[in-house]
Design a protein around this ligand. Sequence first.
Ligand SMILES: Cc1cc2nc3c(=O)[nH]c(=O)nc-3n(C[C@H](O)[C@H](O)[C@H](O)COP(=O)(O)OP(=O)(O)OC[C@H]3O[C@@H](n4cnc5c(N)ncnc54)[C@H](O)[C@@H]3O)c2cc1C
Length: 439
Amino acid sequence: MHFVIIGNGITGVSAAITARRLLPEARITLVGAESAHHYSRPALMYLYLGHLRYADVKPHADWFWAENRLELLHDEALGVHTAARTVQLAAGPSLAYDRLLLATGSVPRIPGWPGRQLRGVQGFYGLPDLESMSRDTQGVAHAVVVGGGLIGVELAEMLHSRGIHVTWLVREGRYWQSVLPAEESAMLEAHIRDQHIDLQLTTELRELRGNAQGRVQAVETTTGQVLPAEWVGLATGVQPNLVLAQAAGLATDRGILVDEMLETSAPGVYAAGDCAQHRRPAPGEVAVEQLWYTGRMQGETVAHTICGEPTPYRRGEWFNSAKFFHLEYQTYGRVPAQPTAGIASFCWQHPNGKHLLRINFCGADQAVTGVNTLGLRQRQDVWEHWLREKTPIGTVVAQLAAANFDPEFARQHEPAIRRAFAQQFPSIAVEKPRRKGLW
Ligand SMILES: Cc1cc2nc3c(=O)[nH]c(=O)nc-3n(C[C@H](O)[C@H](O)[C@H](O)COP(=O)(O)OP(=O)(O)OC[C@H]3O[C@@H](n4cnc5c(N)ncnc54)[C@H](O)[C@@H]3O)c2cc1C
């Protein structure tokens, strides 16, 4: 069997490695246009910060691929002929496949603002973006970042690390308001401003202005300000990369449409990771998942199906984490951004504005449904257990110490959290705290 994978990101590589384990004799080819070897995309910012070198962000040594008989082609797939089962490459000869996986990832979603083409204006997704950013931010005094998501905060931190003054334009009235409840947004807004980032909410980009050499020098905002900017980072989201799928005539919507086996509209052709859209997501799950760990899970799952062990994709308990200038964010289960009927929400904040814990719960049994933390590291296995078992909030608050990820190094906030809970929910009994490990 020849298994061809387009895209050597986490999804494609996870599929290749899993398939090699399941089918030792199969021929497996990975085609990647961006880089010769797989690298960790979330680690890109650490290259700019100077914390890591490129060799450090490659999860596998260069010899790994040949050792495991995974053929790498640093090439671009230009077309797929699903009837003939071939892939046309830009440089090499066309490839015949038995099974094909599209793991083509995302592309930045950038509106067509006037001045978008000026030098010094860019998105941030891959190695070419890192290269242009490194080149074009040299000697820059003022930069503007547009867009309030997780790539926006990375850009702000990267620029700030080089002493560049950052103005950050965010369309919404509060920070990451589509994801975070109001208290979390407020804590992060204060924290970001503490870093001397000029965070401007309810403010959008109107146009980019250049100098005679075609280089950006200022931006005009929808609030009428003209801000100096010799570099502008556009972090207004990503969308599934559909170029190849559409050229091949596959069914697409926002992403490449797949069933629960991650198979597309063409038999023998699969799609997974950022580029895929689930036709029928399970209740509470999203149709397009654009995360590192979901890419890995989808890649591993689809490899089982392709190797003759049909396995439907099930993500399981939702979790995510991020970092906002050293302030860590974790979420497990579901925590809606807005108050929701039928769901009670306990929220504790440390007076220093650097630690927050929110636990949602619902129903007659007061089962926990989700948790958000800022500045507190929690143990994933403990939270998954509590959520899966629908553990009552009284039990969880009593046993919180069990979820503390680094009790040796972090201050113990559990007594203060229990006092706050008793004040906010005096009618709910909290069991006597137990020793760690008894959950
Ligand atoms: C700056 C940044 C930071 C991030 N940080 C985090 C984080 O902290 N945590 C998290 O969960 N997620 C993070 N993400 C998201 C995460 O990186 C993605 O969800 C994940 O990389 C998706 O993996 P993928 O393999 O599906 O696609 P990708 O990583 O996009 O890989 C797809 C690859 O396919 C290649 N390709 C596409 N078309 C072709 C073609 N026709 N021929 C050949 N090759 C092709 C592309 O060049 C690309 O290299 C971050 C994303 C970015 C941009």
